[in-house]
Design a protein around this ligand. Structure first.
Ligand SMILES: [Fe+2]
Ligand SMILES: [Fe+2]
Length: 232
């Protein structure tokens, strides 16, 4: 359904070089009826490409989160049974996030990331390896991942709010219902990711050794993975 234009937004920076193409390529074609009978103009190719990219990267990211928590549970739940309900709660939320983006991917016919097997392998390693060091290291991993994902979702929310105010045939502007729904989903998931971040801190992520190396290393890997999953 969506086009394949590659945009140039860089994750982890505040620069939105995607914004000018979104404005420049708007093609006014009336398509959808709204509740009051007025129609929205069609999304521009750049807007469609951006949505395509949002769904692809978020589906890949939530798949990764599912595998990270599975890895943590596998390593930690027997030796540290008090962590099991905490990890289970976060994992179940990630499974819901993943299935929501799976459904969006099908609905919008967005192709998945071409290197999905690599995301599964990498996320499993990211879940298992820190957990083998210590429970605190696993929590430091969660803290790092959720920090990056929280920022990533906030960037998407900013772009959706700024760039999808579409003209209607009566001359007014509004967000199409689909964009409002996607925005609500991302807001809900962003809030849950930030709860996971708080949970990790409450469970001694800062006590991990080596904390700085772990968290900064994992943040860099996550940013690189996001950049790649948006494009490949
Ligand atoms: Fe998630
Ligand atoms: Fe999360």
């Amino acid at each position: 359904m969506y086009g394949r234009t590659i945009l140039s937004k860089t994750v982890g920076t505040k620069s939105f070089s995607i914004l000018s193409p979104l404005r420049a390529k708007s093609t006014p074609v009336a398509e959808k009826k709204t509740a009051n009978g007025y129609k929205f103009e069609q999304l521009s190719p750049a807007q469609k490409a951006y949505l395509d990219r949002v769904i692809r990267v978020d589906q890949a990211g939530e798949l990764g989160a599912d595998y990270i928590y599975r890895g943590q549970i596998y390593v930690l739940s027997h030796k540290y049974p008090h962590l099991r309900p905490i990890l289970d709660h976060m994992w179940k939320q990630e499974v819901h996030h993943r299935s929501t983006f799976n459904n969006l991917q099908l609905k919008h016919r967005t192709r998945p990331s071409l290197i999905t097997p690599l995301w599964k392998l990498g996320a499993t390693v990211m879940g298992v390896a820190p957990a083998l060091i210590s429970p605190e290291a696993a929590m430091a991993c969660t803290e790092a991942v959720e920090t990056v994902i929280g920022n990533h979702y906030n960037e998407q929310l900013r772009c959706l709010a700024n760039q999808f105010n579409i003209s209607k045939t009566d001359g007014s502007k509004d967000e199409p219902q689909e964009i409002k729904k996607l925005t609500d989903i991302i807001k809900e998931f962003r809030d849950q990711e930030l709860e996971h971040l708080d949970t990790a801190i409450k469970n001694d992520s800062h006590m991990a050794v080596p904390y700085k190396l772990l968290t900064e290393g994992i943040k860099s890997v996550c940013k690189a993975a996001i950049w790649t999953a948006e494009r490949i």
